[in-house]
Design a protein around this ligand. Structure first.
Ligand code: IYR
Length: 326
C-alpha cells in the first residue's frame, strides 16, 4: 500500500485532503498524535485510533500519545493522582496492543501545559474565542450535565497541544472534529501554522446497530473482557446479512471486521466443518462483506470468527492489566 493509502485507510474524513497528500509525499519522521483522557481500561474506541497510529508508524511517521491528564481533570474525571495512576495503566496497555515502544512518545499533558508560554497563549485564545464557539466545540466530548468554565478552556488547550507538541497531523475520532476545526481557525491567530486533521469513524452500538458504541451506554468491548465475555457480546451482536441495514442502522459486526480485524491481520480464516463447505479464507474486507451479503458466509460464523480475532488482539493488553493489578 502506498503512503497516502496507508495514512487514509479507514479514515472517515481528513481536513484537508490536499494537506494530507502533501504530508504523504514526505511522511518519514513527521509527527502525528492522538490525545486520550486517561481511563483505566482500553476499549474498542481507543483501539480504533491506536490502529491508525500503527498505520502511521508503518508509514514512517513518529507517533505521540498524549496522556491528557489536565484535560481529564478539567472534564471532571477525578483527582490528578487518580488520573495519573490510570494513565500509567493505559500506557502499558497501548504498548501491549502493538504501538512500537521506540517509535512512540508518551507525553503527559501536565509536562508542558502548565508552563508560562503555554498559559499565556491559552489566555490569548480565551480572549479571541467566544463562549458559544468553545461550547459548541465541546458538544460531543463533555461529560457531566452542566457546562463548567473548565469545559470551555479544554478545547483551547487541545488547540495549543498541536503547536506545543510540534505536530504535523492531529488524529482523533469523529467526535474530535469540532475541536480540530476550532484549532484550524485559531492557531493562525497566534501566528502558528494550521495542521491537517484525520478522523476515524465511530462504530455503531453492538446490539442495535444504532448510534455509537460507547462505554457509558450499551455494550462495549474492552481489554478487560475475558474470552467468554467477548464471545457472548459478539454472539449477541446485530448482524443482518447486509452492509447497509435500513434507515440509520449499521452492521457493527462488519464494521469491527473492517476497522479492527483486517488492518491487523493479513488473512482471516473462518473455520467451518467440511459438511458446511469447509474453511473460508479472506485477505480483504470487501470479499468477506460480499460473502455475508450473498449468504455464502453465515452471520453466526462471521460472529464466531470476529470474536476469536478480537480476542487475539486484546489478549496481550488483558494480560498486562492482570499483571498490573496483582
Ligand atoms: N478530547 C480528547 C482528549 C484530548 C485529545 C487531544 I488530540 C488533546 O490534545 C487533548 C485531549 C477526548 O475526548 O478524549
Amino acid at each position: 500500500m502506498d503512503t497516502y493509502d496507508l495514512i487514509m485507510r479507514n479514515a472517515e474524513e481528513v481536513v484537508t485532503d490536499d494537506e494530507v497528500r502533501d504530508l504523504a509525499t514526505d511522511a518519514d519522521g513527521k509527527r502525528a498524535y492522538v490525545g486520550y483522557e486517561p481511563s483505566g481500561v482500553l476499549h474498542l474506541g481507543h483501539l480504533l485510533t491506536a490502529n491508525k497510529l500503527i498505520d502511521l508508524q508503518d508509514a514512517g511517521m513518529e507517533v505521540v500519545v498524549l496522556l491528557a491528564d489536565v484535560h481529564a481533570y478539567l472534564n471532571g474525571k477525578g483527582t490528578f493522582e487518580e488520573i495519573r495512576e490510570t494513565a500509567e495503566q493505559m500506557k502499558a496497555q497501548f504498548i501491549a496492543y502493538g504501538l512500537e515502544e521506540d517509535n512512540t512518545e508518551f507525553v503527559y499533558g501536565s509536562e508542558f501545559q502548565l508552563e508560562e508560554d503555554y498559559t499565556l497563549d491559552l489566555h490569548e485564545l480565551e480572549l479571541a474565542t467566544t463562549l458559544n464557539r468553545a461550547q459548541r466545540a465541546m458538544a460531543e466530548i463533555q461529560g457531566g450535565e452542566t457546562a463548567k468554565v473548565s469545559h470551555v478552556v479544554y478545547p483551547l488547550m487541545q488547540t495549543l497541544d498541536i503547536e506545543y507538541l510540534d505536530l504535523d497531523l492531529a488524529v482523533g475520532g469523529l467526535d474530535q472534529r469540532k475541536v480540530h476545526m476550532l484549532a484550524r481557525e485559531e492557531l493562525p491567530e497566534l501566528g502558528y501554522d494550521v495542521r491537517p486533521a484525520l478522523h476515524t469513524p465511530i462504530v455503531a452500538d453492538l446490539t442495535s446497530g444504532e448510534g455509537k458504541m460507547s462505554s457509558s451506554e450499551g455494550v462495549t468491548i474492552s481489554m478487560e473482557d475475558s474470552t467468554a465475555e467477548l464471545e457472548e457480546k459478539v454472539n449477541s451482536a446485530f448482524c443482518p446479512p447486509t452492509r447497509e441495514p435500513e434507515g440509520d442502522l449499521e452492521n457493527p459486526v462488519l464494521e469491527l471486521f473492517e476497522y479492527h480485524v483486517f488492518p491487523r491481520f493479513e488473512e482471516i480464516v473462518v473455520e467451518r466443518p467440511e459438511e458446511y463447505g469447509g474453511d473460508l479464507t479472506y485477505d480483504d474486507y470487501e470479499t468477506l462483506a460480499t460473502d455475508l451479503e450473498s449468504g455464502e458466509l453465515h452471520p453466526a460464523d462471521a460472529k464466531g470468527t470476529l470474536a476469536s480475532y478480537l480476542d487475539e488482539l486484546i489478549a496481550p493488553g488483558r494480560e498486562k492489566l492482570l499483571e498490573i493489578r496483582d
